[in-house]
Design a binder for this molecule. Structure first.
Ligand SMILES: C[S@@+](CC[C@H](N)C(=O)[O-])C[C@H]1O[C@@H](n2cnc3c(N)ncnc32)[C@H](O)[C@@H]1O
Length: 317
């Protein structure tokens, strides 16, 4: 398997995203440059070693599971892409038990959405593309995930080697690099990204710009208890993460969306992250949530902030 977007470029021809073909080759090359990402050649080599196995069944709707021919080396070959954060995946008998149960997030989000069948979808900050595959499993016409982290692009192509579905793609781009294409998407997702943005209101405006009128915006983010207007701005780290800027209260988040011109704003889920949902595994052996919490009081992070709680807000563009 190689990182190759030529089939994606063909798919864009004649679509609302056709103009991307002018800018994408250069943006993608920039997103995958060796000077910045020294391990990339190693991952590309690992991609090249992946076997072509016979598939007998593909399930992207209920989970991401590929059934078929087994391969004794497959566990080791997929371990080359450690750390696996988003999943889980079941690939030809190998269970990739990722740090996150991203399927649990999907179960909280999906019931509240307009049907994804036939939709063109943008998933901003999609990681290795776990939810992109699940969106394809719901019958989306085209899912474009974007994430600036090259390791996740390599994981995506490792999975694509086995899943072989051309409706979902992950591009090595940050949202700030996506070519302007007003109204090109029916549904826009931003899950786990808002609190990483220095300017969350600009992020929401940016997301909205990609949405067609009447389309659906889905934001999933950390939230903190508090009244309208309140936002936690951690001084230093939050749950050991360096790059957390704003953790709004739910009323503040809804107000931000309203001020950005979104309509029909609904908070459809609020959930405190458990150490069953985010934890170290054989496929992500670094520290995880259990050590990010105060051992004496797990309702607090190690820095003394409220422990991670996440909300899903859905709105119409
Ligand atoms: C917490 S993860 C969320 C992954 C996935 N959406 C989920 O909900 O499970 C945040 C992701 O945002 C990505 N990210 C960071 N900066 C970004 C940017 N400027 N534009 C798009 N994605 C970004 C990170 O690489 C990371 O994969």
């Amino acid at each position: 398997m190689k990182i190759d977007y030529s089939e994606f470029y063909e798919q864009l021809k004649g679509s609302d995203l056709e103009s991307w073909n002018n800018a994408l080759p250069e943006l993608i090359a920039h997103g995958l440059r060796y000077e910045r990402y020294g391990l990339l050649p190693q991952w590309e080599e690992a991609l090249a070693q992946l076997p072509a196995l016979k598939r007998v069944a593909v399930d992207l709707k209920n989970e991401v599971r590929i059934e078929g021919e087994a391969c004794p080396e497959l566990t080791e070959q997929l371990q080359a892409f450690h750390p696996w954060r988003k999943g889980p995946y079941n690939i030809h008998g190998v269970h990739i038990d990722t740090e996150w149960r991203s399927d649990w997030k999907w179960d909280r989000v999906l019931p509240h959405l307009q049907p994804l069948e036939g939709r063109t979808i943008l998933d901003v900050g999609c990681g290795n593309g776990y939810h992109c595959w699940r969106m394809a499993g719901e019958g989306a016409k085209l899912v474009v995930g974007i994430d600036p982290t090259p390791m996740f692009i390599c994981q995506f192509f490792a999975l694509k080697n086995f899943i072989n579905n051309s409706r979902a793609w992950v591009l090595p781009l940050g949202i700030e690099h996506v070519p302007e294409t007003p109204g090109a998407f029916d549904t826009v997702f931003s899950m786990g990204v808002l609190y990483h943005r220095k300017s969350p209101v600009d992020h929401i405006f940016n997301l909205k710009s990609f949405l067609r009128p009447g389309g659906e915006l889905v934001i999933e983010t950390l939230v903190a208890d508090g009244p309208e207007g309140y936002s936690l701005i951690p001084q230093g780290r939050y749950a050991k993460m360096r790059n957390v800027w704003f953790i709004p209260s739910v009323p503040t988040l809804e107000l931000w969306l309203k001020r950005c011109g979104l309509r029909d704003i609904r908070t459809v889920d609020i959930n405190t992250t458990s150490t069953d949902e985010q934890r170290s595994t054989d496929w992500m052996t670094f520290d995880s949530l259990p050590t990010f919490l105060d051992p004496a009081d797990p309702t607090k992070t190690i820095e003394g902030h409220p422990a991670p709680k996440r909300a899903v807000v859905v709105a119409t563009g």
